[in-house]
Write a protein that binds this ligand. Sequence first.
Ligand SMILES: *Cc1c(COP(=O)(O)O)cnc(C)c1O
Length: 434
Amino acid sequence: MKYVSTRDESPALHLGAALAAGLAQDGGLYVPQRLPRFTSADFDDRNNLASVASRLLQPFFAEDLLAHELDAICRETLDLPTPLRQLDARTQSLELFHGPTAAFKDFGARFLAACLARTRPLDAPQLTVLVATSGDTGAAVAAAFHRRPGFRVVILYPDGRVSPRQANQLGCFGDNVLALRVAGTFDQCQTLVKQALNDDALKRSIPLTSANSISLGRLLPQITYYALAALWHWRMHGEPLSFVIPTGNLGNALGCVLARTMGLPIGDIVLATNANRVLPEFFAGTDYAPRPSIATLANAMDVGAPSNFERLRWLYPDAGELRRALRAEAVDDAQIRDAIRASRERYGTLVCPHTATALRVLERMRVRGDERHYAIVATAHPAKFDSVIEPLIGAAVDVPPTLAALLARPSQAEPLAADYAALRERLVASSGRV
Ligand SMILES: *Cc1c(COP(=O)(O)O)cnc(C)c1O
């Protein structure tokens, strides 16, 4: 399998090289030259995430040096539970928050780290993984690379715009992880990372890569839990499972779209966004119009220019066909609050503000008469967002033990101006140390 750029103007690469490159030279995103096809029967002998993943991803690793490591990578990184919890007769919740940092970002970050660790020679100089985060990615990447020899992680996050527990998590790793709290927005953090990745002189002295949501190493594992959930549902009910997916940069939802295209029994795919409505507007028929993001309660989805949109356009070059393949609806903060309260009353379960967008969209669909089987995707544990949820319900949110262990560690982040010269200086001064 080779990977080509969505803009078609870069040479095709095997997986290892495409992973290391991140963005293609022409500015496009790497996509597989062709998608493999499966039937449900291809997985009849497989019933857990690691074993489904090793069959599903095998064609993506073919001909690459990593191919013979795939089983080990899946066993090592995808050994996390992904339960489908029943909410009512026709509604389930696909819980993707049982990893070390309690959000679905753990799947991608762990898989990417395991791939990169196996492609880097032992005597290679330290690789700096630079990551801008609106909350959850930074902690997942930090956890995945924490104390891995040959790597350090530098996290940039917008000071004051992540939840207190997210901030705590970002700063609690120490060792080879440096957390920088930036006086600016997430968009500014992302711009700083891009500037560093385009700084050839810097990259000559400090080998640099990114772990952002366009990384192939994050996208591939995000196909696998949709495949497993759809197979479970198919075996039980003999019909496809549809999904409502909280969406920001479109990485998680793209995993679901790819699984369906590859032949897994998946029905409708509905994107739920927060008040950043670029996708709902596009799917309602207007031109794609990226713009600056606005801050919402579902902060990990505060995205004004979804970075994986270009991959969706590659998959569906015809806009009309794309609009028939997916739908998208927006949910504002007041409706997020409502959905959090309603979930507790109706299902006896708490949801994070991101998951709440999916619940709210599904509720609208039910009112319109859609009776099919749906899974909403629960992207983070509610305990990460206690500062939003507790005032709404007047009660404490239980903290899972892995999250509690992280939160108990001392946490430290250094301030940084939203200024490229300041970042560059900080990267150079700390290189080889953190
Ligand atoms: C990152 C994130 C999302 C959005 O996922 P995308 O892949 O960017 O669409 C949704 N919910 C949570 C909790 C997240 O951390």
